[in-house]
Design a protein around this ligand. Sequence first.
Ligand code: TEU
Ligand code: CA
Length: 548
Amino acid sequence: MADFKKSVVYQIYPKSFYDTNGDGLGDLKGVTAKLDYIKELGVDYIWMTPFFVSPQNDNGYDVEDYYNIDPRYGTMEDFEELSREAARRGIKLMLDMVFNHTSSHHEWFQKALAGDPKYKDYYIFKKGKANGEPPTNWESKFGGNAWEYVEKFDEYYLHLFDVSQPDLNWDNEEVRKEIQKVVKFWMSKGVKGFRFDVINLISKDRFEDDYEGDGRRFYTDGPNIHRYLQELNAATFGTDAEIITVGEMSSTTMENCYHYANEDGKELSMVFSFHHLKVDFMGNEKWVIVPFDFLKLKNILFDWQTHMAEHHAWNAVFWCNHDQPRVVSRFGNEKKYWKESAKMLAAVIHCLRGTPYIYQGEELGMTNAGFTDISQYKDVESLNHFRILQEKGLSEENAYQILQIHSRDNSRTPMQWTAGENGGFTEGKPWIEVNKNCSTINAEAEMKDETSVFAFYKKLVQLRKDYDIIAYGDFEPKAEKNLSIFAYKRYYRGKELLVIGNFYGTPVRWDAGEDLEAYECLLGNYDEQELKGTEAALKPYETMILYK
Ligand code: TEU
Ligand code: CA
């Protein structure tokens, strides 16, 4: 049985990880070349974002062929070598399966467009309204209406993402069989983990106008979602107890996640939910500038911690991925307390009840991109919204400010390996610019420095191995109303863990209501901890993991 509770997953965005042939794009050989680095960090799984054949309109989340590797990333032999070399180091691979949609270049969609009725039913084609408008007023996640008109059929197809990402029709049993085939194929290659992209959007049945929102309430956590997941589980990964799975759950509800990630194992091992990463949005609107709401952040995380446990369901815990800005720039303080805040954020997320995910570069404290010109941005979502924001009347300057905070490209700048040219990522011209701060923030320097962010992440990964309480303990929130402190406890077999973090640059005292001197400090981000009686005096962004 795969013990995913004791595991840590490291996410790799191969395009930005390491380039071995000088074309400016990271590749599979680049991942193999850096396996010792990953091993040094101590993680158990590598989640690789999609490297399948793709026109790359959405950096591989637009899959043209699920069975083959995009030549820009390498060959099947490269994948097999990576898989072998990872296994040799005790590291397992988790692949990213994009089944809500395919690329419009996929042969199924090409056949659909050619008029083959079998394949047309693989997708979601609908007649427009009598007034000539699209079937519904739903918005694409990347901006604009979610339906694209096809003149030949006088019909529209649904694309919840880019127009080049048509949604699959999961109500068609043949589609579900095709998908099972894909999963089995990669299982036969020895893959031991799967991440399923926006998997809670696959069951759609109510094609109605949304007068309250962008349409998501009609297609999120749809009526057959649990049945389809259970079916996929039983037919594929559920037959191998070693396989772990994580579902990316877009705008989901906790009630649905009790089932998606239930310990009964009928659906998935765990879920990514994103509510805690919308605390610097206005509702669902991300293209705005608002300070993050600390109390909301805590309350959301604490709610998920408490209620998922009550329902025997398991969370994936994370701050970062390839869609999110860098956490040290977002909830930390990259200018004045870069190192302290990067470590504090790491400690408070890693000791929660759930499987932690580290996104490449997070373990170095990598920061947002700092781009100042649209030519530096590459992401389809950023490019679309840069235009849309200005169409809505915002100045170009405002649009830039918003992109600098929210663009997905913030996390997609290349991994910073050295202080050298292009951060040691490529000998060629990188597909997206390397952050200038690679001169100080880079793997080479941090691996030599015992006080580095990297060294801290390494210790956190090791703590999970050494202390069962981190993996299996019960969760209890603390200081829920406190405006600076993030604190919680874990309990396991008579032992107690108390995790404290100061989320701000001002020193603060906190009365824990219990004797703090009874604890030993397993890990902190300052040399000394000031604990007197029941009171902790916390320095800027100070964190401590206490144990008794
Ligand atoms: O993302 C799903 C998703 O809805 C978001 O995280 C998305 O980036 C956000 O809504 C935009 O504001 C997944 C992948 O992680 C992402 O990279 C893909 O672009 C997307 O699905 C489509 O496959
Ligand atoms: Ca390359």
